[in-house]
Every structure is written in C-alpha cells, then in structure tokens.
Design a protein around this ligand. Structure first.
Ligand code: AHR
Length: 499
C-alpha cells in the first residue's frame, strides 16, 4: 500500500537506557496542585490515606510515577523545612508569596511528602532553598532526612514519627537561580553551588544525587559555566545540571494563548515551539560534552510543559489550565526527543502533576478527571527503563500551515524490560491521516498492537461533566505479505508493541 513515511527500527544495535525518571513528575506548593489536588488531610470526607487522596494516588500509580520533585519551583527558595515538621496544628502559617499570596499552613511537609512517594513507590527529588536559606539550614535538612545515629536531628525526626531515615535520591541546590531563585549570574550561582554543596553530607549509601540549577530556553551559559567550574572532590559533586523550558503557543508571556478553543495557527505554533526542545538539548549537550566528555553530569529537564493563559474566573496565581489532545501530542513529541538524548537526559519533570499547568489530573472537590496528557504517560510506560533502539525515518511528509512547517511524523523505539520492541508514533498533522511503512530488518513481525489516542477536535478534552470524552483505544495492524503498514489518524499518538 502507499506509505507516506518509511520507518526502520534497527533491533541489532542498542542505544542508551531510557531512564524511567524521564517520566518524572513535579508537585509544587502552588494553587490546588498539592492542597486539594493531592492532599485533603486525614479528616476529609474525600477517601484518603493519611491525608493523600485515594482516587488521585490510585490513578498516579497506574502511570508508574517513578519520581516526584517537591516542594518547588519558585516556592522552594522561600521554603523553610522546619515550618513543615511536628504536629500539624502547631505549624506556622505563612504567605505563599509566589503563588497568589494565599495562606500556606504547612500541612504538607517533609514527612507527608515522603509518605506520598512511598505510597507511590516513587523516588524523591527534594529541592533545597538556596535563595533565602543558609548553608546550615540546607545541610541540616539533609541531615534530618538521612541521619542514622543519635544526632539531635535524627532524634527530632524520630520524635516526629519516623525512625528510619528517608531515602533521598535527588537533592537540588536552588531553583531558577537566574530568576525567582535570586536573579543571579551563572558565575555567582556557581560559587554558591560550591559553597552549599561542601556542607551537604549524608551516609554514603543514602547520599542524593546533587542537582545544580541551570538555564532555560536557548541559554547554554549555565550548563557551560557549571560544568567548567564545579570541580568534584571528596566532598563536592554535581550529578546534574537542570534546565527549564515551557511551551507557550504564541511564544509570548503576556499573551500565551488559550488551553482550548484555539485556532489551527496555535496548534501549529505549539508544535514549532515544542520541537525547539530538541535544539536546546543538542546545544547544551555540545557545551557539556566539551567539559565533561565522559558524560558524568546529567542534563535534567526538571520543568517543561505547556503554559497557557489562565482561565477566566480562576486565580491567576494558581496556573490552572485545561488539557487537550494538543497537550498529549506535546507530551509525546517531548518524550521522543528525550529518548533521543537519553545518554545525557536522565530525568525530566513535567510541570505539574495535578491541577497546575500541563497536569495529569484535574480535580474539583471530590471529583477527578484524567487528562489526555495522563493518557500519553500511560501509553509510554513500557519506555521506562527500556533500551533505546535506533530508528530511521525516510520520506517524512511535512505538515504545513502559512509559513510554518514541521515533520508530520515523530517516532521513537526501544526494547522494553519485557524484551518486546516498542514503537511510539505521533502524527502531528491535524488534518490528514498518515501511513507508515514499518521495517525491522532481520525480524519477522506478524503485526503490532497497542493503543491509540486521538479525537475529532484539536482541543478535545475531558470535563467533570464528561470525564471520558477522550481516552486511548486499542490499536493493531497485521503484516500483509511480510509488510507492515500502520495507519495513523490525523492528530494522534500511537504506542505499539511489535509481535
Ligand atoms: O512551574 C511553575 C513555575 O515555573 C516554577 O515554580 C518555576 O520554577 C518556573 O518559573
């Protein structure tokens, strides 16, 4: 049959492992992201486990959340960990100055956060306060979480109900140091990084990977400066440099574009802006390869996702937005980019897990809906810790609108932990179905089967009144005379296993 795009998967060569933490999440004290969205408190009528909502946590378990970053974001650089320990009714109430100026009663603190990640079976990524904290406060937080003996801080942790140390897999020294984290230069921040990191000590078998706060968008100076100037020795290390990039449909912060009801021009510009992620990673990798050819330092995209204009009637500081088929396409395009760079990109965190920006889940009191982005994560679960396989694309048709043009098809393949070959495909063209001819030299494939996410409208989305308007359906294709060809509907995401 006629095929627009030819895809070949080379199953004889394997690339880097796709770290499961590429599918990491981010939960900040922001809007209804934690309070209401995840945490309702043990006294709530909404069914919960020690305060964490059972419905939301259950849904998150189904997408295998591997890692959660907490407590921010901008919030992290004004967070003082001692406010969040001890009896909840005695914790101080603060103002959340970054996000809407609302009261922060510190009901969720260190112990509650670790309860959540332990329920989820996820790893913990704690973001330390560099902006308004001290090296002492940061060092003591790490000691509080990880100390084993009878130190005052370990005893305080025990008094607060936790005997065993918490497992802290990742710890970041500040967030967006170039902006809300203190408006610093890379030079100034790098000196502070070295200063703070000197004092971060934990038992060797529970020492977190340390993350430096890096750049954003096209700026590579942070990755360059940090990898050139942090000189690891016995007490100092830097396991990764972070990076942030958000997809704004218009590319402009004052008028970003709407989450739903947008014109096709904004479908297109959203694709164009999303695909820039690839260049940003490529350029950062270039500067890192120069200073760190052995690839010891990771490049963690610990904030990414769509950022739209806030909906009318919503608190502008809460960053609540709807989530449509377009968001699922954005997620899948990013996953395919991250897989391609799995040699450096060992972690990414979509912003954010619940009720904030490009969320997996939206809640309204006791109700919950799963977004198209949630389903993209679910479909891509087999890629967690899979081994990437080289994919070549030929004769890729272009999707064009006005002066813009992007490849219609994006693809990624890997060998899953179960030994099967998985293929993820995106057809970004909202108007035209595409046919893909799939070849796996040396492999006799009888077909493919998996899931398809698509809809008639570009902005198809779930609502509390209609929670199942868009969700994946099963998808399969059979080889005919030894040839495999896949029909991809317009604006679709497909993940299949080769059989
Ligand atoms: O995710 C929302 C905010 O975006 C984060 O707090 C901050 O780091 C970034 O500017």
């Amino acid at each position: 049959s006629f095929a627009n795009t030819h895809i070949t998967i080379d199953t004889t060569k394997s690339g880097p492992v796709i770290n499961k933490n590429i599918y990491g999440q981010f939960a900040e004290h922001l809007g209804r992201g934690i309070y209401e969205g995840l945490w309702v408190g043990p006294e709530s009528g909404i069914p919960n486990t020690r305060g964490w909502r059972n419905d939301v946590v259950g849904a998150l378990k189904d997408i295998n959340v591997p890692l959660v970053r907490w407590p921010g974001g901008c919030f992290a650089d004004e967070y003082h960990w001692r406010d969040g320990i001890g009896p909840r009714d005695q914790r101080p109430v603060k103002v959340n100055t970054n996000w809407g100026g609302v009261e922060e009663d510190n009901a969720v603190g260190t112990h509650e956060f670790f309860d959540l990640v332990e329920i989820l079976g996820a790893e913990a990524y704690v973001n330390g306060n560099l902006g308004t904290g001290t090296p002492q406060e940061m060092a003591e937080w790490l000691e509080y979480m990880t100390a084993e003996g009878k130190s005052t801080l370990a005893e305080l942790r025990r008094k607060n109900g936790r005997d065993k140390p918490f497992q802290v897999q990742y710890f970041a020294i500040g967030n967006e140091a170039w902006g809300c984290g203190g408006n610093m230069t890379p030079e100034y921040y790098t000196n502070l990084y070295n200063h703070y990191a000197t004092f971060l000590k934990a038992p060797a078998h529970n020492a977190p990977k340390l993350i430096a706060s890096g750049g954003h968008t096209e700026d590579t100076s942070w990755a360059a400066h940090l990898t050139a100037n942090v000189k690891p020795n016995w007490s100092l290390k830097m396991d990764a440099v972070s990076f942030h990039y958000y997809t704004l449909p218009t590319g402009k912060w004052d008028k970003k574009g709407a989450a739903i009801g947008f014109p096709e021009a904004e479908w297109m510009s959203t694709l164009v802006n999303t695909l820039r992620m690839d260049d940003f990673i490529v350029n950062n990798k270039k500067v890192m390869d120069k200073n760190d050819p052995e690839k010891k330092v990771g490049f963690y995209v610990d904030e990414w996702g769509t950022w739209y204009d806030v909906e009318a009637g919503e608190n502008p500081g809460f960053l609540y937005q709807q989530n449509s088929l377009r968001d699922a396409v954005v997620a899948a395009l990013n996953f395919n980019i991250f897989h391609k760079h799995a040699d450096r990109v060992h972690m990414t965190n979509i912003a954010q897990m619940v009720n904030v920006l490009q969320a997996m889940i939206l809640t309204d009191k006791e109700k919950m809906i799963l977004t198209p982005t949630y389903y993209a994560y679910k479909m891509y679960v087999p890629f967690q810790d899979a081994t990437s396989l080289p994919v070549s694309l030929k004769k890729v048709s272009q999707y064009r609108l006005g002066k813009s043009s992007v490849p219609a098809i994006s693809a990624s393949a890997a060998r899953g932990k179960d030994g099967k070959v998985y293929l993820a495909l995106v057809n970004a063209n909202p108007n035209q179905a595409e046919t893909v001819a799939l070849a796996l030299p040396g492999v006799t494939a009888s077909g493919v089967s998996g899931q398809l996410l698509t809809a008639t409208a570009m902005d198809a989305h779930n609502t509390f009144a209609n929670p199942n308007a868009i969700k994946p359906v099963s998808y399969s294709a059979k080889a005919v005379n030894g040839k495999l060809s896949l029909e991809l509907p317009a604006k679709s995401v497909v993940v299949v296993a080769v059989e």
